[in-house]
Design a protein around this ligand. Structure first.
Ligand code: NAG
Ligand code: NAG
Ligand code: NAG
Ligand code: NAG
Length: 796
């Protein structure tokens, strides 16, 4: 389908298109954690500087006692999952932090939004931003100051990673764009973001220090410097560039040191290299030291002092007070920690009267979620109030985004969209109501799955199931629906009793994933493989829908009776409506896989580490370097079942024109220097010059079919031969575009200096490689073609 022949070779000379260059160096080497500014260096036109100035003034108004409370969470002081106490003398009304990345967790009358992986599957920048804006309005409406998200760690190194669905994609570029837009959406609503989990938190198994007597250390993610920069750190740089106000350090160790005590990561990399200006907050109970943590760049410990959810005394709090008394942590460092915590608060004007107060119903919902109703449930809680309804019209958006994310993997003889079937069969335990309860946050048998489990989950106020939505649709069309939802009955042959045979059999399957454990297998839950085989053995028009948080094994994909397959991910509360829109063609599918589906589970590497080394130490060596997901398949010549970026449509698109040279042309390729121009300064996100556009690729795309619809044009790149051990190709651009039949558009892909650079371990800097880059455009990572561009480097 793709007709790209080659690229126009455009070699330009000295081109550095840069706007502004105005910032003094950020770090002061005399300070332990590297972020202290001098007033005379502050720029009154820089929002971060202005906010920092206010934070500094705030700090100088605090007593020592108050200061300790500004860096230690306090569960006695509020009912959010993270709380900073009110300091009324200093006019500070406290800070409320809440999970999670797909909903306001542990709250009532909120919306369940599409999960991170679902967001990535849309490949739609506008939807990514709008989702964050609407979620932001719900967090704000509840009076929450800090949204604990978005997630770029796990990135998705392991197919079985229990939290992959909270993040976006194992591709750092796709995740980076999603991180930046999510941060921007929330913060445009005035809500802080805490980009997490920093870093190398790729598996749940032994992710943190064991509780109790046995204090076995958390797993150590041993990551080399180049892989860290080019893969795992990449999307965090986007988040910082977009102004994320906070970074949450993770549970695991990196190279043997806990993430929240890791000075190289929290100071050298976050502050000095990336110019981060907010605060580092520990993941809940991820701190294991006082002096080491405070002096290594941890600014705020959570949850700190605890009442009902107690796990022990904080490492900050009284212990920090003693450490300062003993001179092991300086007062200057303490002030700096508070400045880091408060700069974002002033940056987003959270001190203003129009910021809503915390919805007190959160106290009750959280207690009920944790303990259930009981005699002493109300002890210490504020009077019960009705929850503030913050949902507005968000269901409409959730429906749209859920549909936009659905990936059509197989569609034999245009089975879909459905052509007015008279009888419809609906099968499988994922189709119907969550009969065991809407609030169960675990792997449950009955009911549709629209969100994963753990802190990133949410409590449904409403859910539209596939069965509900299909019945509603069928009624309007005069079709009839027959259903059996019990997988075991179906596997043992219950479909024998159905009469007449449905024109189409819709099989709904699921795979649960949640925080705290990794998945056991890539197979669908509840004998999904057998369920599909059983229905297909009898129904020659079987359509499979999967609700899953990531990679699924599909040994039944080639079954000729399985005529269509849809990956619907975790779509959020409008699940049924979203799938109906795709099944009947109201929405033309355009979702693309944000990961690779292998033919055999073993093809997807590396596996989760399930046991310690002989000495009892838990270690995960990231020996594969940056070769995860499609990079691994490409490098090792493994044919996937469905590749990264893949997804079908009800129409056809083509890239390319008859004019040979216009197929893919690149302008302004050229650079003066292989290293970023440091005199342009550093801002959040690192050297300003890393974000300079060096080239633009233009790709013409046409809708060659008879249906209107969206498609996602993807741009991949290979480094010049001068670089060893680089991936065969990497994603460096994507755009989702809408085209009427016959319509064409030129899609433009800006390539920034960072996009074209490699991390030079020796020079500790991003460097443009010398030679010819290959650019490829297409509709998936394996459906691409292109040509090369030369990059002229005039000096090192
Ligand atoms: C607190 O706010 C009041 C009223 O706006 C103001 O007079 C007072 O100076 C403020 N106190 C501090 C410490 O900023
Ligand atoms: C971890 O160790 C590797 C190998 O020595 C090194 O390249 C990398 O920079 C280290 N990273 C951190 C954060 O210490
Ligand atoms: C496909 O369905 C037909 C019944 O319509 C059945 O006879 C056949 O065995 C099925 N094939 C498979 C591979 O299940
Ligand atoms: C670096 O930026 C400065 C300030 O804009 C400019 O004067 C200088 O020419 C640039 N250097 C290079 C090598 O492009």
């Amino acid at each position: 389908m793709v007709h790209i022949t080659t690229a126009l070779l455009a070699i330009a000379g000295l081109n550095c298109f840069v706007e502004a260059a105005d910032q003094a160096p950020l770090s002061d080497p005399t300070n332990s954690a590297g972020n202290h500014h001098h007033y005379d260096e502050l720029d009154p036109t820089d929002a971060w500087d202005v906010a920092y100035h206010r934070a500094s003034n705030f700090v100088s108004s605090l007593t020592f006692e108050e200061k300790i409370h500004m860096v230690t969470g306090d569960s006695y002081a509020g009912y959010c999952v993270g709380n900073l106490a009110t300091q009324s003398r200093a006019n500070f009304t406290g800070l409320c932090m809440s999970d999670g990345p797909q909903a306001v967790n542990r709250a009532d009358l909120i919306s369940i939004f599409p999960s991170g992986v679902t967001v990535a599957a849309t490949w739609d920048k506008d939807l990514m931003y709008r989702r964050a804006l609407l979620m932001g309005s719900e967090f704000r409406g509840k009076g929450i100051n800090v949204h604990l998200g978005p997630v770029a760690g796990p990135l998705g190194r392991h197919a079985l990673g229990g939290r992959n669905w909270e993040g976006f994609s194992p591709d750092p570029y796709l995740t980076g764009i999603a991180m930046g837009l999510t941060v921007q959406g929330f913060q445009d609503m005035g809500v802080q973001t805490s980009s997490k989990h920093f870093i190398g938190n790729e598996q749940e198994t032994q992710r943190s220090m064991s509780d109790g007597e046995d204090k076995t250390d958390a797993i150590s993610s041993n990551i080399d410097d180049k892989t860290l920069h080019e893969l795992y750190l990449w999307p965090f740089a986007n988040a910082i560039r977009a102004g994320t106000t906070s970074i949450m350090c993770s549970y695991n160790r990196i190279n043997g040191t806990y993430a929240c005590h890791n000075k190289k990561l929290l100071v050298d990399i976050l502050r000095e290299e990336l110019g981060f200006r907010g605060y580092v907050v520990s993941d809940w109970w991820a701190t294991h030291a006082t002096v080491e943590a405070a002096n290594s760049g941890l600014d705020l410990e959570m949850p700190g002092w605890e009442a009902r959810y107690r796990r022990g005394d904080p490492w900050f709090g009284d212990k920090l007070e003693e450490a300062i008394g003993a001179g092991d942590v300086t007062n200057m460092r303490l002030d700096e920690m508070i400045e880091n915590v408060m700069t974002p608060y002033f940056l987003l004007d959270q001190d203003k009267d129009d910021y809503p107060t915390v919805d007190d119903s959160i106290a009750w919902v959280r207690a009920v979620t944790k303990f259930g109703w009981g005699s002493d449930i109300g002890a210490g809680l504020p009077p019960m109030v009705e929850a503030r309804d913050v949902r507005a019209e968000h269901a409409k958006f959730i429906r749209e985004m859920g549909a936009a994310a659905i990936v059509l993997l197989k569609n034999t003889d245009n089975t879909l969209p459905l052509q007015a079937p008279k009888t419809i069969g609906v099968f499988g335990n994922d189709a119907g109501d969550p009969a065991d309860g809407m609030y169960r946050d675990s792997k449950v048998k009955m009911g549709t799955l629209d969100i994963g489990g753990g802190s990133g989950s949410g409590r449904h106020s409403n859910i539209v199931t596939p069965l509900d939505a299909i019945q509603e649709k069928a009624e309007g069309l005069g079709s009839r629906v027959q259903y059996v939802l019990n997988n075991q009955l179906l596997i043992s042959g219950e479909t024998r009793m159905i009469y007449p045979k449905p024109d189409v059999c819709l099989v709904f399957t699921k795979s649960w994933a949640g925080e705290g454990s990794d998945r056991d297998s890539l197979d669908l839950d509840w004998d999904g493989n057998k369920l599909i085989a059983s229905v297909a053995s009898w129904c020659s028009n079987t359509v499979v829908v999967m609700h899953a948080g990531g990679v699924i094994a599909m040994p039944w994909a080639d079954n000729p009776n399985v005529t269509a397959v849809l990956a619907a991910h975790y779509p959020g509360e409008e699940s049924g409506h979203s799938i109906v829109d795709i099944l009947w063609g109201t929405t033309n599918p355009s979702g693309k896989l944000p990961f690779t589906i292998p033919k055999n589970p073993e093809d997807y590497q590396p596996p989760v580490v399930r046991k310690p080394q002989a000495d009892g130490n838990w270690v995960s060596d990231f020996d594969e370097g940056p070769m995860i997901d499609y990079r691994h398949f490409d490098k090792n010549g493994i044919e996937p079942l469905y590749e990264f970026g893949y997804g079908l449509s009800y129409t056809t698109f083509e890239i390319g024109y008859d004019t040979f040279e216009l197929d893919l042309h690149v302008s302004n390729a050229g650079a003066a220097s292989s290293m970023p121009n440091e005199s342009l300064g550093k801002k959040p996100g690192g050297w300003v010059d890393l974000w300079t556009k060096l080239a633009t690729a233009v790709v013409p795309v046409t809708n060659t079919g008879v249906e209107a619809g969206h498609t996602v044009v993807q741009l991949y790149m290979s480094y010049p031969d001068s670089e060893d051990d680089q991936p065969v190709k990497i994603l460096r651009g994507f755009e989702r575009v809408y085209l009427e039949p016959g319509q064409s558009v030129d899609v433009k892909f800006p390539l920034l200096r960072r996009d074209l650079s490699v991390w030079d371990v020796k020079d500790q800097e991003w460097r443009l490689p010398y030679g010819r880059f290959t650019l490829m455009a297409g509709f998936s990572s394996r459906d691409v073609a292109g040509g090369s561009i030369g990059m002229t480097i005039l000096e090192k």
